[in-house]
Design a binder for this molecule. Structure first.
Ligand SMILES: NC(=O)c1ccc[n+]([C@@H]2O[C@H](COP(=O)([O-])OP(=O)(O)OC[C@H]3O[C@@H](n4cnc5c(N)ncnc54)[C@H](OP(=O)(O)O)[C@@H]3O)[C@@H](O)[C@H]2O)c1
Length: 322
């Protein structure tokens, strides 16, 4: 059993609490918050044994082996490094950072401490995602040509970490990063050149972002993401001989579904499982000496380099080569 400590009372942490309940090797044993009363209430409501009134106390606790970090984006690396230096393994929420140098800083800390660090892209752990990759690699749609992804929702401008530039909010950081993750995964490579357009909103973050990525082998990817649009989730992979469409690629509240179209459309139903459970189980097995987690330094670097280049492209109005 890996004993998990949750660093903050973030909304998303409930997915990890639920995920751990279904996992064979994970147990949430503690929470730390900037406010002790908040930590206690959170722990009591969820049957979590230990509550601490500061993040430092959680990191010093003997009751946890690993720390889950669902802090605002700007704090992921700082607290990942502190947790690693305290001897804990770390699962940090996405995006770990938009700065490639900070990715290295965090993974260097993990190497020095002899502990594991992973960026928590739970969608990568869903069998639906694995099936899409298998179909592409098997040549089910011929030669890979185009990847199209979208992730959007409508969040009125209010006090929320997503609208705050100081906390590194923004649509690309919050949800566009999934589209970037998908394009890189399916292309099986890093982009050579990117372009981007953004519309600012809220306190000055990107409310909407569209990106274009060119990959080796003449594979193109486009995506749009937004925090001021009607809910949109989709992934389409276009090959020379067919297409793959995933109506719910990031979260699968309605169950997993893939539409594979060659001569005719065929509906595939991958196993529906909780990706948070799978994420925790795989990480836990790696902690116990199993294979390394599927998302390591190289993937986090690819993510950060691409996100950083997309922002640079949108700010300058010119394509950016990587
Ligand atoms: N993988 C996924 O499915 C998924 C889904 C949603 C979000 N996320 C990621 O998870 C992270 C948290 O998102 P969320 O929506 O859950 O955030 P949230 O509810 O706003 O929680 C963030 C927590 O961080 C702590 N915090 C520390 N400093 C803060 C500050 N200056 N301002 C605000 N909060 C501060 C607070 O906890 P205390 O007051 O207890 O200290 C707060 O509850 C983000 O990085 C986001 O991208 C991932």
């Amino acid at each position: 059993m890996i004993r998990w400590g949750v660093l903050s009372t973030a909304r998303i942490a409930d997915r990890i609490v639920d995920g751990a309940r279904g996992a064979e090797n994970a147990e949430v044993t503690a929470v730390g918050s900037r406010d002790l009363a908040r930590a206690r209430a959170w722990a009591d409501e969820r049957g979590v044994a230990h509550a601490y009134g500061s993040y430092e106390e959680l990191l010093a606790s003997d009751e946890v082996d690993a720390i889950y970090i669902p802090l605002p984006n700007s704090l992921h690396v700082e607290w990942s490094v502190k947790a690693l230096e305290a001897g804990k393994h770390v699962l940090s929420e996405k995006p770990l950072t938009r700065d490639p140098a900070q990715v290295d800083h965090a993974f260097d800390a993990a190497d020095r401490a002899g502990r594991l660090l992973m960026e928590a892209f739970m969608w990568r752990f869903h069998p639906q995602t694995e099936e899409v990759v298998r179909l592409v690699r098997d040549g089910s749609i011929g030669e890979l040509r185009v990847i199209r992804a979208a992730f959007g929702f409508n969040l009125p401008w209010m006090e929320n970490v997503r609208w705050d530039p100081a906390l590194e909010g923004g649509a690309l950081m919050d949800v566009g990063c999934y589209c970037v993750s998908a394009a890189r995964l399916i292309a099986g490579a890093e982009p050579e050149r990117v372009s981007g357009e953004q519309v600012l909103g809220g306190g000055g973050v990107d409310a909407r972002f569209t990106g274009l990525l060119r990959f080796p082998g003449d594979v193109l990817a486009t995506f749009d993401c937004g925090m001021d649009v009607h809910r949109r989730n989709q992934l389409e992979v276009v090959g020379s001989e067919g297409t793959i469409f995933v109506p719910s690629p990031w979260q699968t509240p309605l169950g997993a579904k893939i539409v594979l179209t060659r001569e005719e459309a065929e509906e595939l139903s991958p196993e529906s499982v909780d990706p948070y459970t799978r994420e925790l189980e795989e990480f836990g097995r790696a902690v116990e000496g199993g294979p390394p987690p599927r998302l390591g330094r190289a993937d986090a670097l690819g993510q950060a380099r691409t996100i950083e280049a997309l922002y640079r492209a949108a700010e300058s109005g010119a394509a950016v080569s990587l």
